[in-house]
Design a protein around this ligand. Sequence first.
Ligand code: NAP
Length: 287
Amino acid sequence: MAKVAFLGLGVMGYPMAGHLKVKGGHDVTVYNRTASKAQKWASEFSGAFAATPAEAAKGVEFVFACVGNDDDLRQIATGSEGAFASMGSGSIFIDNTTASAEVARELAEIASEKGIGFIDAPVSGGQAGAENGLLTVMCGGEEAVYEKARPVIDAYARMVGLMGPVGAGQLTKMINQICIAGLVQGLSEGIAFGKRAGLDIEKVVEVISKGAAGSWQMENRWKTMNDGKFDFGFAVDWMRKDLGICLEEADRNGAQLPVTALIDQFYKDVQGKGGQRWDTSSLISRL
Ligand SMILES: NC(=O)c1ccc[n+]([C@@H]2O[C@H](COP(=O)([O-])OP(=O)(O)OC[C@H]3O[C@@H](n4cnc5c(N)ncnc54)[C@H](OP(=O)(O)O)[C@@H]3O)[C@@H](O)[C@H]2O)c1
């Protein structure tokens, strides 16, 4: 059992912090910007809550974070009431936010000056993966730090991997998002085509999902896409944030992402229709 803080109780963070308490058996203190969510979490899981990241992180061995983007992360880590201010030497900061590889390297450097370990650890598996404690966690950092953090991360994970030095977890998550973007558009076009052709989409999916076209997105999203239901899941706003990170990184490393750039613009259309918080499968709504 470890002393743990969790910062950011959104769609993902709330259940992840719960698994650290219930499955991991750890002593968990949470912080959330909107304090009422932290209070709700503390009463649901019989844990503690704190008013600032620094207060939550004081005296703990592991600090987890799952907030929105690079700036949010900087604020809760290095802001005036940020976690780094109170974390002790030898403690470890594990960042589950999907952020840039650059911010991971920047924060790891500041952390190392204070003797704090840093792991970038973005996740995949969505809301359901977080609620069921079955996330895929892509880590970047020093091996010795990772080995200490891994048994704690296990509480909310099905698969945890060290991908390389700090930033490598975020780079792996970028690949994950690049692979998903084009695939969801392909699935959207397939379903929209099938409807126009007058086919029974359920039958179509039942058959082709067992062949080479099968995917997680097909298995888990075809029905809601067919029904036009998108009020759940991974928000379009977050996907555009992620694709923006991918496109910026590609500018730096010279990779070509023509389809990813196009799908990013398609998601912009979805935002324009009021779909900012719709699940990413809402790409089909354009068709
Ligand atoms: N949802 C998914 O399916 C999914 C899957 C994989 C990865 N992710 C990634 O995981 C991260 C969190 O996603 P989510 O869906 O849990 O988002 P969310 O529901 O919007 O929650 C965001 C959390 O961050 C907090 N926050 C945002 N800005 C902050 C700031 N400046 N200072 C302090 N706290 C701040 C929010 O606090 P308030 O409650 O006060 O707003 C909230 O607790 C994102 O990077 C996302 O891309 C999400």
